[in-house]
Ligand binder design. Structure first.
Ligand SMILES: *Cc1c(COP(=O)(O)O)cnc(C)c1O
Length: 393
């Protein structure tokens, strides 16, 4: 190993990392845009139909959310001023948690500042170095982050392969782990497919494993009253919901038992050592929570549009993987091809970002199409038309 060179530029590792990404055409850049409505944006003065946001019900622009955010900011101020345990728990935080718990059919709920933060910090609180975590190969980066930070032993099982999960659980019974935790998602963010919830619950029960589910893409869209696939399932020890997607706002929450909530309040650093969510955000979430159960017909229309889009894409020879939700991957495989289609779409007025390794596995580059109930049929028709024309050149 080369020794530390005091004269070397201390930030040269940054040059190396950026040059490497640029070389591989993987340099990540921020492209500012301006939202017009739930499904249209302006980028560099051009209007684009947006298929890359997670605003599944169009709630980010809903007048009720905007009005509630305004009312809460006027009444309670711009910031919550302290952590939850110090002076940051306002009545509005507590009331929202009670309302969330009731809506999810669970004993308790606890707010977190974001989905990334919830996964990154809660897993470290549930695990120690003598624990074993078994997680689906495709879980979100924030879950991996939490697992690695915990120092627990961890193994991944093949995507949605519960037989392989069971083999690993079986093997684990021969070792002496402090505890075993299964971590996965209900709807996978880059594939739009679902996990087998009943199967997971059975395995967790049989092997006495803690079941940790990230419901980020199901909340608002699927499950009873749209409250996610894991709602009303007391067998799930920890369910993460996020408010930045279908709820159109920001933040996250855990639904769980009262005991789990008490434990997190006492032991979870990402709750204890951070400022509480600001009043405007609480107002927007509260308004979304009032609306979501009433939006059954929007959800049905959204899922119908997704079905139709999948059927139409498959009819022109596109691979949409195992998608069964509002998230539809158009899997092209090669990175260059994916970038080319994304660029063609943008030239024609459609925003559909290319998703490439390392976000997805090598050879599975894709456009991730995320539908909103606000997309119109002519938007979808136009999308298909352009893809079809591109295939012919
Ligand atoms: C988006 C997402 C997160 C992160 O949530 P934020 O609130 O955006 O930080 C976590 N898990 C999954 C599965 C997600 O898709």
């Amino acid at each position: 190993m080369a020794s530390y060179v005091a004269s070397q530029d201390k930030l040269s590792f940054i040059d190396t990392a950026l040059a490497e990404r640029a070389q591989n055409q993987q340099l990540r850049l921020l492209h500012p845009l301006q939202p017009i409505d739930a499904v249209q944006v302006l980028r560099q003065g051009r209007r684009l139909i947006n298929f890359s946001s997670n605003d599944y019900l169009g709630l980010s622009k809903h007048p009720a959310l905007i009005a509630a955010a305004q009312q809460f900011v006027e009444k309670y101020g711009a910031g919550a001023t302290a952590s939850r345990l110090v002076a940051g728990t306002y009545e509005i935080h507590q009331a929202l948690e009670e309302k969330l718990a009731a809506a999810c059919g669970r004993e308790a709920a606890l707010l977190f500042n974001s989905g990334f933060q919830a996964n990154a910090t809660i897993l470290t609180t549930l695990l120690d170095r003598r624990s074993l975590v078994l997680c689906d190969r495709l879980v979100h980066n924030s879950i991996i982050h939490g697992i690695l930070a915990s120092g627990a032993r961890f193994a991944r099982y093949a995507h949605n392969d519960l037989n392989q999960l069971e083999d690993k659980l079986q093997q684990a019974t021969q070792k002496s782990y402090s505890r075993i935790l299964i971590a996965t998602e209900t709807v996978f963010s880059m594939d739009g497919d679902r996990s087998d919830l009943d199967g997971l619950i059975q395995l967790a029960d049989r092997y006495r494993a803690i079941l940790y589910l990230d419901d980020a893409h199901a909340l608002g869209v699927l499950g009873r009253n749209g409250m996610g696939l894991a709602c009303h399932r007391a067998e799930v020890d920890v369910t993460i919901g996020t408010f930045g997607k279908a709820f159109g706002a920001f933040g996250a929450f855990v639904s769980c038992s009262q005991k789990m909530r008490d434990y997190l309040i006492n032991c979870c650093p990402g709750l204890i050592y951070t400022t509480a969510l600001p009043p405007a955000v609480i107002g927007a979430i509260d308004a979304a929570l009032n609306l979501v159960p009433t939006l059954a017909s929007d959800r049905a229309a959204l899922l119908q549009k997704a079905d139709d889009l999948r059927t139409n894409l498959e009819a022109i020879g596109c691979d949409t993987g195992a998608s069964s939700t509002q998230i539809i991957p158009l899997i092209l495989g090669a990175e260059q091809k994916t970038l080319a289609l994304s660029q063609t779409l943008e030239d024609r007025g459609i925003l559909a970002m290319a998703i490439r390794p390392p976000t997805v596995a090598p050879g599975t580059s894709r456009l991730r199409l995320a539908l909103s109930s606000c997309h119109r049929l002519d938007h979808l028709k136009y999308l298909i038309q352009i893809i079809q024309a591109w295939q012919k050149v």
